[in-house]
Design a protein around this ligand. Structure first.
Ligand SMILES: CC(C)(COP(=O)(O)OP(=O)(O)OC[C@H]1O[C@@H](n2cnc3c(N)ncnc32)[C@H](O)[C@@H]1OP(=O)(O)O)[C@@H](O)C(=O)NCCC(=O)NCCS
Length: 188
């Protein structure tokens, strides 16, 4: 599994995967009232990439593509990064259904959290997850995120305001690192 910045040449592959994964991804994403296919053209990828690269340049986003065995298989983004006294960011992630159920998404998120705490100097990483999204809750719990509360009708997801559970991980929660914490859990 490899993490790297979003590449311009991945537009067609991203579009193919996102269109094929509509039923798998759409319950957990904003709809903006635009049909899925129209939002997932190669041109939409290029526009999304330009927008996240702009935010990355401003220091408010850390966008990564996830590659599994050489094939594009998902994204992990730490977005809305705030510095100052808060030093926090919000996690978003998805994995191609064909690459799911193998620990690849957990590995990718663990690496991004370690990068955020160590190289970027953040103190808190938050993940807000719909109560219905059990695989995503299992992912963050596996990495040691703690449940902090229920956010009522918090995000406009899949066409309506949806409740979300707030999960967060703090830099000091795993002094040896997030990846090491998960690996220790696996070996128990
Ligand atoms: C959320 C999401 C990324 C989780 O993906 P995932 O494939 O379940 O997560 P992982 O890659 O970490 O795989 C974990 C699963 O692989 C299994 N697994 C198999 N082999 C494994 C291995 N060698 N190492 C670790 N886990 C392994 C684990 O047991 C676990 O299964 P379980 O959750 O049923 O216990 C995925 O469901 C997804 O993309 N959903 C749609 C988008 C979405 O919901 N995004 C998040 C919005 S908040």
């Amino acid at each position: 599994m490899e993490l790297h910045p979003l590449r311009r040449r991945d537009a067609a592959e991203w579009s193919r995967i996102r269109v094929a994964n509509e039923a798998w991804l759409s319950p957990w994403e904003p709809s903006h009232g635009i049909p899925w296919r129209e939002r997932h053209t190669p041109a939409a990828y290029r526009a999304m990439r330009r927008a996240v690269l702009r935010r990355a340049g401003q220091g408010t986003s850390l966008p990564f593509a996830v590659r599994v065995e050489g094939r594009l298989a998902g994204q992990v983004t730490l977005d809305n990064i705030v510095r100052g006294a808060l030093r926090s960011g919000f996690l978003g992630y998805w994995i191609d259904r064909e690459a799911a159920g193998r620990g690849m998404a957990s590995l990718a998120v663990a690496l991004v959290c370690d990068h955020a705490f160590r190289e970027v100097g953040l103190h808190r990483v938050e993940a807000d997850i719909r109560p219905e999204n059990e695989p995503s809750q299992r992912l963050v719990e596996r990495l040691g995120f703690q449940r902090e509360g229920l956010l009522r009708r918090y995000l406009d997801i899949d066409g309506d305001w949806r409740d979300h559970i707030a999960y967060a991980l703090l830099a000091e929660d795993h002094p040896g690192g997030v990846l090491a914490h998960w690996q220790q859990r696996l070996s128990r």
